[in-house]
Structure formats: structure tokens, C-alpha cells
Design a protein around this ligand. Structure first.
Ligand code: NCD
Ligand code: ZN
Length: 344
């Protein structure tokens, strides 16, 4: 059993960096662990144009130390009326790496999202033709559908038809939480992959209600039953190139989470690699960690693998209860717990 784990520099394929003072405070955590990250566009207002993405990329770099070599990979927030020409030229110019589909109302700042996938068929055809990946928040928004079933119903009602209509479209099914999603991705072609968060490998839905309501275990898609956690965790450590690292780190000020209507999102950026390493270690799958963290993602996106390496050591790491940040407080994932791996 090795006590030192050195892998090629990893990337995070799903990150919320926010904007303003929160961006200034949290960007460094992601940049410290990862060479590149896919930056989610659900700001207020959302990032819907290449001009807005380019300006946001500049703000991200301004939030980091001058010598940072972190690369933010920008995404477009798809709306019913997004400008397909700007999207395609933004992709061509290297401003947009991908575009994100939020079903309207599915999650934080998704009100301007797509109300019906039929409204963006022209845009999706264009993306398929130019090889621009579509990133999907895969939950239906119908209030009649139980919140724990929304991902499975999305697969049946939206995703399966979409993959039939656009058979060559590159799709990343983001932050999967169910055995249904694992099975769907495994059975699909090589153009369909999924990101997996650390939290969906670690907690099931009991964590949200353990001895009382636990707002810091609440995110979207919400954690599911234990059988689903086990399926997602098995997919992550399996070595399959269809599954790769995407933390979905989603910081909200402590007061916004500990509230009568608490925000969805788990802040896991500060110790994400340590969390994932502990999972792979517990599953006896450390040999597959580098693929998941550093290889499957860039290969799927058609980007070069990173140069350089990082090292994790088997050593106790105490996660703080609270992180004071920019006049507010953030509660990190696994607050107060001790992990078995530490990043050098
Ligand atoms: C994200 C956020 O806060 O922006 N929240 C979350 O629970 N994951 C949005 C998202 O990815 O669904
Ligand atoms: Zn997200």
C-alpha cells in the first residue's frame, strides 16, 4: 500500500467560481489544486455571450496571484434565445469551451435557462456540427415529479430523445447522482460522458436529515438513496474513460445556507483532491485515480493532458469547521472530519 501518490496535474470539469468578493475569495482554492477548470456560467446575469465570458475570464485571472498558470475554461449559459452565431464564433475563437444546459428553474440561478429543449434544436445542431460539448444539468423541473426522481425522469423524457436527435453531439451529463445515470452513460456511445462530485460518492440522502436538517449536505441534484451513491462511487473508481472529476464546488455564504430557504450547493474546493483520493483509497482503486482526475476529462474534451504533477501523501488532514472568507463564512464539505490524504 503506497503512502505517496504522484499523478499528472489534474483538472476540475465543473466549478462555480461566482463573481465579485466571493470570486476573489474562492478562486485560489480551485487554482491551487487544478491546472484547468470548466467554469459554470450561472452568474447574475448569466454568461450568455462571448463578450461576457471573456470579461468573466479576465475577472477570474484578476482574482488570482499574478504568476498563476491556472486556465479557466469558459462556458455559455444556454437560453431559449441564445445567439447561435456568437456561440459558434466564441467556440471557434477559444472563448467558449462548452455550453451549459440548465432546464429553467432546475437549480441556483437557472431562471433564464431553457424552457423547452425544442427551443434550442438549431443551436444543438450547430454545436454537434462544430464539436462543441453540451454540458447538462440533468433534472426535470416538473413539481409533480418527486425531487429524488428528477434525474431518472430527465434521462427518459429529455436525454434519450436528445441523444437520438443529435447522435454525434458530445454530451457531459454533469454531477450524476443515480444508478440510472451510470447505466445510461455506460450504455451510450463514446461521445457521452459524466462528471462525478466527491460529495455524491460520500453522502446519501440520510446526510441531509441526520439528527435535524443539515443545510451543508444540501445540493442539487440532491443526494439519493444509498444504492445510488454506491453505483456513482463504483463508476468513479472503475477506470472507465466515461467518468471524470467535476467537483461542482458551489459556495454560498453560511447564512444563505443556514436559512429558512437555504441555497443548494456544497463548497468542496479547498480539499477536493484529498476527498477524492480518500474515496479511491477506500475502494482499493488508487491506480485509477490519475485517469479520473487528469486523463479522462481532457481526452473527452479533446484537450492536451497537463504537464507536471502533484503529490498526495497519506497523512491526517483536518477539515476546518468554518472558513472565514471576505467578511462572511463558508462551511466546507466534510467540515470537522479528518481525511487520510494531504496534498503537498
Ligand atoms: C449550484 C450553484 O449553487 O450554483 N448548486 C448546486 O447545488 N450544485 C448549481 C448547480 O450546479 O446545480
Ligand atoms: Zn454545478
Amino acid at each position: 500500500m503506497s503512502d505517496i501518490l504522484t499523478i499528472r496535474r489534474p483538472d476540475d470539469w465543473h466549478v462555480h467560481l461566482r463573481d465579485g468578493p466571493m470570486l476573489d475569495a474562492v478562486a485560489v482554492y480551485t487554482a491551487r489544486q487544478f491546472a484547468r477548470a470548466i467554469i459554470m456560467p450561472n452568474l447574475i446575469p448569466p454568461v450568455t455571450t462571448s463578450a461576457a465570458a471573456s470579461a468573466y475570464r479576465d475577472r477570474i485571472m484578476a482574482a488570482l496571484p499574478e504568476d498563476s498558470d491556472f486556465t479557466p475554461l469558459m462556458t455559455a449559459y444556454l437560453t431559449d434565445t441564445i445567439d447561435a452565431d456568437d456561440l459558434a464564433s466564441g467556440h471557434d475563437e477559444g472563448i467558449f469551451t462548452a455550453a451549459k444546459l440548465y432546464p429553467a428553474g432546475a437549480t441556483t440561478n437557472s431562471d433564464s435557462g431553457v424552457t423547452d429543449v425544442a427551443n434550442i434544436h438549431g443551436v444543438l445542431a450547430r454545436m454537434e456540427a462544430i464539436g462543441m460539448p453540451l454540458l447538462i444539468h440533468g433534472e426535470v423541473t416538473d413539481n409533480e415529479v418527486d425531487i429524488f426522481d428528477r434525474e431518472a425522469v430527465f434521462i427518459e423524457q429529455i436525454l434519450e430523445p436528445l441523444t437520438r436527435d443529435f447522435p454525434a453531439l458530445k454530451i457531459v451529463f454533469e454531477h450524476i447522482t443515480t444508478a440510472d445515470a451510470v447505466e445510461f452513460v455506460k450504455a451510450a456511445g463514446a461521445n457521452i460522458a459524466a462528471t462525478i462530485t466527491p460529495h455524491h460518492c460520500v453522502i446519501n440522502r440520510n446526510a441531509i436529515f441526520e439528527g435535524g436538517v443539515r443545510p451543508h449536505a444540501y445540493c442539487l441534484p440532491v443526494a439519493k438513496r444509498e444504492q445510488h451513491r454506491l453505483a456513482v462511487r463504483a463508476a468513479a473508481v472503475s477506470g472507465s474513460p466515461k467518468f471524470f472529476l467535476g467537483t461542482d464546488t458551489a459556495p454560498h455564504a453560511r447564512g444563505d445556507k443556514e436559512s429558512s430557504c437555504g441555497c443548494a450547493g456544497i463548497f468542496n474546493a479547498p480539499y477536493a483532491l484529498e476527498s477524492y483520493a480518500a474515496i479511491f483509497d477506500a475502494e482499493g482503486a488508487l491506480d485509477n485515480f490519475e485517469g479520473f482526475a487528469s486523463e479522462h476529462g481532457p481526452r473527452f474534451y479533446g484537450l492536451p493532458l497537463n504537464e507536471g504533477s502533484i503529490t498526495l501523501r497519506r497523512a491526517a488532514l483536518e477539515i476546518p469547521d468554518i472558513m472565514p472568507i471576505e467578511g462572511t463564512e463558508l462551511v466546507p464539505f466534510q467540515a470537522g472530519e479528518t481525511l487520510g490524504w494531504t496534498l503537498d
